[in-house]
Design a protein around this ligand. Structure first.
Ligand code: C2E
Ligand code: MG
Ligand code: MG
Ligand code: MG
Length: 267
C-alpha cells in the first residue's frame, strides 16, 4: 500500500510478514484504546522567526500515553500506515488541536501534520470545515504540514486539496522538503505558502559545503516561487546564524525549544 497503486511486493521471508502484521494489529488496537481512553496528547515545539527571535507558532506533535510512558510517533506511525489507520490518528489530532486552540489563547497559531492517508481521505476537508464552523477557532490559526513524499502520488488531487484547505483560510506547508524524488518540480506545482527544509540538510550544515549549497538552492527556488522557508533540526547557535545569513525565515529545533506538553508552555 505504501508503495502506491500498481505495485506488488514480493516477500522473501514469511516470518517478517507475520511479525510486521502482528505489530500493525497491535498498534491499531492501542490506537483505538487510546482514542477511547483519551490517551493521545499533543506536544508543542516552537517555530521561531529568525530575524526577531519571536515565536511565530508551534508545531503540534502527537504522543501516545501508554503504561505511564510517553511514546513518540516514530514508533507507531509506520505500523499505523501499514494498517491504513493514519486517517483515524489524523482526525484525533485535529480534534485535539481544536481543543487546545480553544483553551489556550496563548497558542496563537499551530501547525498540524497530515499523513498521506489522512490528507487524501475524502472526509478530511469536510471534517476540518465542520470543526471550524462548530468552534470559534479562526482558520488563520492553523497551518497544515504534508510530507513532500506524500504529495507525489496524484498531483491534481494534491493541488485540489491544498487549495480547498487554503480557501478555508488555513495555511499550508510542504514538510521534510528535499527528501523526495522530483522535488523542485513539485515545489513549483504545489500551492503551499511555505516549505520546511528537511532536518537531514540542517544537522550537519555548518560543516558541510554540500548541505550549504543545497539549502541555498532550496532557499533561492522557494523565494522565486514566493514561498517562505522554515528549517527544522536547528540544534545550535552556529546553525541558526548560518540560516540567518542564507536568508531562511523560520527555524525550529532543540536549540530553540524541545517539544513539550501545553501545560508546561502555556499556563
Ligand atoms: P516532522 O513533522 O518532520 O517533525 C519533526 C520531528 O523532529 C519531531 O519528531 C520532533 O520532535 C523532531 N525534532 C524537533 N527538533 C529536532 C532537532 O533539533 N533535532 C532532531 N534530531 N529532531 C528534532 P516526532 O515528534 O517524533 O515526530 C516524528 C514525525 O512523526 C514527524 O516529523 C511527523 O512526520 C510525524 N508526526 C508527528 N506528529 C504527528 C501527527 O500528529 N500526525 C501525523 N500525521 N504525523 C505526525
Ligand atoms: Mg512536521
Ligand atoms: Mg518536518
Ligand atoms: Mg522531518
Amino acid at each position: 500500500k505504501q508503495e502506491g497503486r500498481n505495485h506488488s511486493h514480493i516477500y522473501q521471508d514469511s516470518d517478517s510478514v507475520s511479525t510486521e502484521l502482528k505489530a500493525s494489529l497491535e498498534w491499531t488496537r492501542r490506537l483505538h484504546q487510546a482514542v477511547a481512553n483519551d490517551n493521545l496528547t499533543l506536544f508543542f515545539q516552537p517555530i521561531v522567526k529568525i530575524d526577531t527571535g519571536e515565536i511565530a507558532y508551534y508545531e503540534a506533535l502527537v504522543r501516545l500515553k501508554l503504561d505511564n510512558k510517553i511514546i513518540s510517533p516514530a514508533e507507531f506511525i509506520p505500523a499505523l500506515e501499514r494498517a491504513g489507520d493514519m486517517d483515524l490518528l489524523d482526525k484525533q489530532v485535529i480534534r485535539k488541536a481544536f481543543e487546545y486552540l480553544n483553551n489556550f489563547k496563548q497558542l496563537n497559531k499551530i501547525s498540524i501534520n497530515l499523513s498521506a492517508q489522512g490528507f487524501s481521505d475524502k472526509r478530511m476537508v469536510p471534517y476540518i470545515q465542520s470543526l471550524l464552523e462548530k468552534t470559534s477557532v479562526s482558520a488563520s490559526r492553523i497551518v497544515f504540514e504534508l510530507t513532500e513524499s506524500a504529495s507525489l502520488s496524484n498531483l491534481t488531487e494534491t493541488q485540489d486539496i491544498i487549495l480547498k484547505l487554503r480557501s478555508l483560510g488555513c495555511g499550508f506547508s510542504i514538510d521534510d522538503f528535499g527528501t523526495g524524488f522530483s522535488t523542485f518540480n513539485y515545489l513549483k506545482q504545489l500551492p503551499a505558502e511555505s516549505v520546511k527544509i528537511d532536518g537531514s540538510f540542517i544537522v550537519e550544515l555548518i560543516n558541510s559545503k554540500v548541505d550549504q549549497a543545497l539549502v541555498k538552492a532550496i532557499y533561492d527556488v522557494a523565494k522565486t516561487l514566493n514561498k517562505e522557508t522554515i528549517a527544522e533540526f536547528v540544534e545550535n547557535k552556529e546553525t541558526l546564524n548560518m540560516l540567518s545569513q542564507i536568508g531562511i525565515t523560520y527555524a525550529q529545533g532543540y536549540y530553540l525549544g524541545k517539544p513539550a506538553p501545553a501545560d508546561e508552555l502555556f499556563y
